[in-house]
Ligand binder design. Structure first.
Ligand SMILES: Cc1cc2nc3c(=O)[nH]c(=O)nc-3n(C[C@H](O)[C@H](O)[C@H](O)COP(=O)(O)O)c2cc1C
Length: 347
């Protein structure tokens, strides 16, 4: 018997068209980083507290000045409407009901206004184009629809190559399911390609043009994390894009602690990549993350519609509360001294 969460991908594979399943599952090039992500979390060992009152456990955390009931959020992912017709709307409704946070891909297939109307707390993710001004209308729509922060993805100067075993999703997917928040003909405009010259000054530009706090997603090095904070980032998001960009990069479970040390209390630190269970969430929180994000799991859950995403949050609450109790912790802040050093060797 395996847990509901552990069976997520297999159940999704059974109902999704093969190219959609493959698109979500795939990693870049040799998929080394995609494969290493989860085992790297499982290499951590806890040193739990005992003789502590764990009657009431609170999973809530403060993120960018506002309480979230969950210490995890939904990471930005494209093509949610290829996974389920309700796409981002189902994701948003279920996440709102759980008191959680959703980051919406700038390539989303649902108008930001409709996502905002669900009442979910949400942040917009952005890839900046070579001509920055081409992103302005999309960003303005996000601000108008209630996005509370902008997440700048910085690990994608070019899209990492992925080799589809079968038919590529791009050959089959309805183009109406992506990038609906850009104006018509956006991709054909000169300067619409992804920027290959992003720099710290882009954080200023984003903050000024949106009036929102900026989160930088895709950082793996402590020196880069520091540069982000010095350039005014409100949070640094440790991520290797689920192993979908540069392959053979270090697992985020390994990258996180030095980033936490470099950032200190100057900004929040988030992490994603391979987090699949309450124990994984506990490991990331114990290693100093202010919150974690889930990429593929909510997408697999979305194959079961809004109910699937609701159940994902509920199962993860149950597992994480149990893990905190067994570790002698009542709240996230109590977890920070739980990791027994050293972790087992990374795979
Ligand atoms: C199908 C898919 C689409 C994604 N699309 C985006 C995107 O549009 N923008 C972005 O910043 N990251 C994107 N990501 C990366 C996720 O936000 C996240 O970093 C990664 O999936 C986390 O790893 P996990 O899937 O192991 O949880 C995507 C990931 C997947 C699997």
């Amino acid at each position: 018997m395996t847990s509901w969460l552990a069976g997520l991908e297999e159940r999704a594979r059974a109902v999704l068209p093969a190219p959609v399943h493959e698109y979500v599952a795939q990693g870049a090039r040799e998929s080394v980083s995609t494969g290493e992500a989860r085992p790297a979390w499982a290499a951590h060992r806890f040193s739990p507290h005992v003789l502590r009152d764990v009657t009431d456990v609170d999973l809530g955390v403060e993120l960018l000045g506002r309480r979230s009931e969950l210490p995890w959020g939904v990471a930005p992912t494209t093509l949610q409407r290829a996974v389920h017709p309700d796409g981002e709307l189902a994701m948003a409704r279920a996440t709102a009901a759980a008191g959680g946070l959703m980051v919406v891909s700038s390539n989303a297939g649902t108008p930001f206004a409709d996502i905002g109307a669900t009442g979910v707390r949400w942040w917009v993710q952005a890839y900046l184009p070579a001509d920055r001004t081409l992103a302005e209308p999309m960003l303005a729509r996000a601000v108008e629809a209630g996005a509370e922060a902008v997440v700048l993805t910085v690990d994608t100067p070019v899209v990492g190559t992925k080799h589809a075993v079968g038919e590529s999703i791009w050959a089959t997917v309805d183009p109406a399911l992506v990038r609906v928040n850009f104006g018509p003909g956006h991709e054909e405009r000169p300067g619409a390609d992804k920027a290959t010259d992003l720099g710290p000054h882009d954080l200023d530009w984003l903050r000024e043009s949106t009036g929102l706090p900026v989160v930088v997603k895709g950082v793996l090095r402590p020196d880069d994390a520091r540069r982000c904070v010095d350039a005014g980032a409100s949070a640094v998001w440790v991520s290797n894009h689920g192993g979908r960009q540069l392959d053979r990069v270090l697992p985020t479970a390994v990258a996180l602690p030095p980033v936490v040390a470099a950032v200190g209390d100057d900004a929040e630190v988030y992490v994603d990549g391979g987090l699949r269970s309450g124990l994984d969430v506990l490991a990331a929180l114990a290693a100093g993350a202010d919150a974690v994000f889930l990429g593929r799991p909510p997408v697999w859950a979305l194959a079961e519609g809004e109910e699937g995403v609701a159940r994902l949050h509920a199962e993860l609450v149950e597992e994480t509360v149990e893990a905190l109790r067994l570790a002698g912790c009542r709240r996230v802040a109590d977890t920070r001294d739980l990791l027994a050093a050293p972790a087992l060797p990374a795979p």
